[in-house]
Design a protein around this ligand. Structure first.
Ligand SMILES: *Cc1c(COP(=O)(O)O)cnc(C)c1O
Length: 379
């Protein structure tokens, strides 16, 4: 039986925890994904969980076919078109299954005989593995031999390939292709971790896909921008849900979409627009990355892990210099005590990774830099 005292103690503990959270130290969220979202996104999402669009109901409990949510879905898709300057002939659809499901949807919908892939890391190789289930896969180049620390260049893509697939930003390794390659064949890109961080020449692509949890929304929704006339070139039957055309034809409402993540995505998109769009994001992201890379290059304790010309502005990977290797744990603890969250590197790289997605304020990057300087001063 619970005594009154125990009840009281539990209650007080709860108040103290809430209080600590409220006055708690500022956290700087460098997580790789799910990751930082704008305050605007979080606040508006929280408000809609309480009362959605004046319905007096939570967004968690309303019909996706109701006019309020249909408006959200349509506005989010329209804003993606606006922000990325998506030309006519393309559609934007939201799906479940993560970017990982796109690894099979792309070949399912586009691969007749042969496709070409660039192997720049874990996500690229997972995409390659799925494509092999559907036909011949030509891996045009790979940087696996150097633990994916660079982007291969001067590769050749066979002109009889159904498409060429690349990963624009390698979230785990911190390399990035910040350009839209010129190809004679259809072009497909996994832009999960750098979409909305620059203007894109959409007209060069047939499919662009991105899981939402890096630069857009909480996990649970994946967006694809598809060239509609590229979707009906394969002969095989495609299961309904895995067919892009199904989602395109139903205005991305074939079945119940991930309602809450789409609502959050809309908030982020509105915030992007209010900030001035993706070119403004790019400028800010580049500045954030530049000051952090400058510190990594200057600070005697640290070094970057990837080829300088291929450095990602989204995921900054760095390790301790050889002579300071044994300080790694200590720096980790020092940084987390200063409020840094999520800077541990992926297990396949080690060291540290600071993800600087669009919602990252410069003040947080400066806080991390201050931490690195202070650690250097005391060691
Ligand atoms: C995170 C990530 C994925 C995997 O996304 P899921 O939504 O977990 O399937 C794929 N590609 C890239 C580039 C990523 O960053």
């Amino acid at each position: 039986m619970r005594t009154l005292a125990a009840c009281f103690e539990k209650h007080v503990t709860k108040i103290i925890i809430t209080f600590k959270k409220d006055i708690g130290m500022k956290k700087h969220n460098f997580s790789a994904g799910p990751s930082i979202l704008s305050e605007y996104t979080i606040k508006n999402t929280a408000a809609a969980v309480e009362n959605f669009a004046g319905t007096g109901l939570s967004i968690l409990e309303v019909s996706h076919r109701g006019k309020e949510f249909v408006a959200v879905n349509d506005e989010a898709r329209a804003l993606i078109k606006e922000l990325l300057d998506v030309p006519a002939g393309y559609e934007v659809v939201f799906m479940g299954g993560g970017a990982s499901m796109q690894f099979c949807m792309v070949p399912y919908n586009l691969l007749n005989k042969k496709a070409s892939y660039l192997d720049t890391g874990t996500w690229a190789s997972k995409a390659i593995k799925e494509a092999k289930l559907f036909g011949e896969v030509d891996v045009v180049a790979s940087s696996k031999d150097a633990n994916y620390t660079y982007i291969p260049k001067n590769y050749k893509v066979a002109e009889d390939s159904d498409y060429f697939h690349f990963t624009s930003n390698n979230t785990i390794y911190g390399t990035e292709m910040r350009y839209d390659p010129d190809m004679k064949v259809r072009l497909v890109a996994d832009m999960s971790s750098d979409i909305f961080s620059r203007p894109i020449d959409i007209s060069k692509y047939d499919v662009i896909y991105a899981g939402a949890q890096k630069n857009l929304a909480p996990a649970g929704v994946t967006l694809a921008i598809v060239r509609v006339d590229a979707l009906e070139h394969v002969d095989r039957p495609i299961p309904t849900m895995l067919k892009y055309k199904t989602h395109v034809d139903k205005d991305s409402m074939f079945n119940t979409p991930p309602v809450l993540p789409i609502y959050s995505a809309l908030q982020t998109l509105k915030w992007y627009k209010e900030q001035g769009g993706v070119a403004v994001m790019e400028k800010k992201d580049k500045e954030n990355a530049a000051i952090l890379y400058d510190e990594i290059d200057r600070n005697k304790l640290f070094k970057g892990t990837v080829a300088v010309e291929d450095r990602s502005i989204m995921n900054v990977c760095f390790i301790m210099n050889d002579e300071y290797k044994d300080l790694e744990d200590e720096f980790s603890k020092f940084a987390s005590a200063a409020g840094m969250v999520g800077i541990k590197g992926h297990r396949s790289v080690g060291g540290f990774r600071a993800s600087l997605y669009n919602a990252m304020p410069k003040s947080s990057v400066e806080a991390l830099i201050a931490c690195m300087k202070e650690f250097e001063r005391t060691h």
